[in-house]
Design a protein around this ligand. Structure first.
Ligand code: SF4
Length: 302
């Protein structure tokens, strides 16, 4: 079984995500970093393109439209580095809050190095709820403490989100514990180190052993890291949970919202309907058809 592990409170953004209630906004593929573990698809990385739940979009208005259609209660802003396009982040957060309500929960991922006076102002004035920093050591974050403090003072929930990299547990834990000791972060999220087409080569070059799309020992590394972290909530989010909840529950939820009166939603999010126009469970139903939403469009599967 693939259970997540937690100690303390799970971040609010994760609570929505685990219910399938978060839309994922890939706000740009632009990013000046070259993290060896970067899982971003090669076709998206470095391109200034926007996707919502993997559907390409062209404008902030379209982002809001697709998020609203999905029935989400919140959104995760990811990339690339979202702070490579701070104005777009501001406009998106404001538009979502204006159209879907101030309670619509929004979190964003970035690196500490992207925090500066301009980006901190943008985050604070946008009304964003949660910011997650990914980092591998104290040197990445020590000079950014005033920026992090400013976000915290503004009431933004702050956390660290890291991949579990075997061998780096001590350096990651040191950074997290120092931030926690200064009360600068509220939570830590640890992800299993996933292997994708984009990071396969660099992970292999660094000597990591790879089996079935994940780095051998990453889950054990996550648990070791959890043990080394004190004074702050920790949540290990397993890769399978992302497939099951972040994506699976989201697809199911969206299908439930969009299904018609005589349509029946299956657990995997596909929708059954009949050519006769009656409910698939009706005794008069004859020819049942199946449709599923892929890339923003319903496709027929028979
Ligand atoms: S900051 Fe994110 S998008 Fe950029 S290289 Fe690192 S993991 Fe990839």
């Amino acid at each position: 079984m693939y259970y997540n592990i937690k100690r303390g409170e799970i971040a609010r953004g994760c609570q929505y995500c685990l219910l399938g209630a978060k839309a994922v906004i890939f706000i740009t593929g632009l990013c000046r970093y070259r993290c060896f573990y970067c899982p971003v698809n090669r076709e998206k990385f470095g391109r200034d393109a926007i996707y919502v739940n993997d559907v390409p979009v062209k404008s902030v208005d379209e982002i809001v439209e697709i998020v609203a259609e999905s029935g989400a209660s919140g959104a995760a802003i990811t990339g690339g580095d979202p702070l490579a396009v701070p104005d777009r982040v501001f406009l998106t957060v404001r538009a979502l809050k204006r159209e879907l309500g101030e309670d619509f929960h929004i979190h964003l991922y970035t690196k500490p190095s992207s925090l500066n006076r301009e980006t901190v102002d943008v985050l604070i004035s946008s009304g964003i709820d949660e910011v997650r920093l990914h980092l591998l050591g104290w040197s990445e974050v020590s000079v950014k403490r005033p920026a992090i403090f400013a976000l915290k003072q503004a009431g933004i929930s702050l956390g660290v989100e890291v991949p579990a990299v075997p061998g780096l547990e001590k350096t990651i834990a040191e950074a997290v514990n120092r931030l926690a000791a200064e009360k600068l972060i509220d939570f830590v999220n640890i992800n299993e180190l996933d292997v994708s087409d984009s990071n396969f080569q660099s992970l292999e070059r660094l000597g990591f052993k790879i089996r079935e799309n994940s780095v051998v020992g990453s889950f054990e590394s996550a648990k070791r890291l959890m043990e080394l972290i004190s004074s702050v909530s920790v949540h290990i989010c397993r890769s399978k949970s992302k497939d099951l909840f972040q994506i699976g529950a989201r697809v199911f939820r969206e299908a439930m919202i969009n299904a018609g009166e005589n349509e029946y939603v299956v657990d995997d999010g596909s929708i059954l309907y009949t050519e006769e126009g009656v409910h698939p469970n009706s005794p008069t139903s004859r020819s049942i058809r199946v449709k599923i939403k892929l890339g923003g469009r319903y496709l027929e599967v028979s």
